[in-house]
Write a protein that binds this ligand. Structure first.
Ligand code: SAM
Length: 270
């Protein structure tokens, strides 16, 4: 069993966990089991991002059709190539940000990873923007990042990021995870979240909507009106305020996703 403190310390040997790659290894098999069971499906392939020493890989293999794992660090790759020998396991020495995902185009797949904290958002947006059929993304991230994805209207964490992600996915907060289940132990606690797609995608429409939402949050401390006047005519602004019955002092963080969609549709005469 890989997720265990003695194994991890022993196998790392002289090697030190590399901070620059966000390496914190799971040492609690109970957590690993829970994540793998949430993430995987026996009939589907799983892509794993950042397998490290293989704690998650080992258990994902039990619950998946097969596992494709992408690891950036040659030291981890060398260790893993020796320790997990399974024909269902395909290990790639690659920066996931540069990985060509087109080979997954016609498959329904799952994605899982205990993500390196320094590239959490770019990795997730690579997945969100890929045109793949990913039926669930389950990832471990820093707790504060999970809170931002999950944030609701009027909370301090509510932003264009929360809105864009919640438009595309049901975001499920699966569990909080103590920093003590990692070696070395990170400074902050983590959380496991899942993203389950909720709409059939229309990339052109989304691009326009997301662009509009981002512009509404451009000057966060100012009113919505103040943000809108940078890119809309007075007539359009009036049309929005009348249709949505907005108070003149309303700010973007007080506006729900449905209202952003309505605003955007008012502008585009849908
Ligand atoms: N999955 C292991 C576990 O849970 O014990 C390791 C998780 S550790 C937080 C993150 C892993 O991602 C490390 O093995 C690190 O080398 C790898 N990594 C960092 N940046 C990466 C990238 N851009 N592409 C692929 N792997 C990356």
């Amino acid at each position: 069993m890989i997720a265990n403190i003695n194994y991890v310390k022993n196998i790392l040997g002289e090697l030190k966990a590399k901070k620059k790659y966000g390496q914190n290894f799971l040492i609690d098999q109970n957590i690993v089991e829970k994540i793998a069971q949430i993430a995987a499906d026996k009939n589907l392939s799983t892509i794993e991002i950042g397998p490290g020493l293989g704690a998650l890989s080992e258990t994902l293999l039990k619950y998946s059709k097969d596992v494709d794992a992408y690891e950036i660090d040659k030291d981890m790759y060398d260790i893993l190539s020796r320790t997990i020998k399974d024909e269902k396991y395909h290990l790639y020495l690659e920066d996931f940000l540069n990985t060509d995902l087109s080979k997954y185009q016609d498959l329904e797949i799952r994605v899982c990873g205990n993500l390196p904290y320094y590239v959490t958002t770019p990795i997730l947006f690579k997945l969100f923007n890929s045109k793949l059929n990913i039926s669930k993304i389950t990832v471990m991230v820093q707790k504060e990042v999970a809170d931002r994805f999950k944030a609701n209207v009027n909370s301090p964490d509510y932003s264009s990021l929360s809105l864009i992600v919640q438009y595309l996915y049901d975001v499920k907060y699966e569990m909080s995870v103590s920093k003590n289940v990692f070696y070395p132990s990170p400074k902050v606690d983590s959380a496991v979240i899942s993203f389950i797609p909720k709409i059939s995608r229309n990339f052109e429409y989304e691009e326009g909507l997301f662009n509009f939402i981002e512009k509404c949050f451009m000057k966060r401390r100012k009113t919505l009106h103040n943000n809108l006047k940078d890119f809309l005519s007075n007539e359009d602004i009036e049309k929005i305020y009348q249709t949505l019955d907005f108070n003149e002092n309303i700010r973007a963080q007080e506006i729900k996703l449905e209202e952003f969609i309505k605003m955007y549709e008012v502008l585009n005469d849908r």
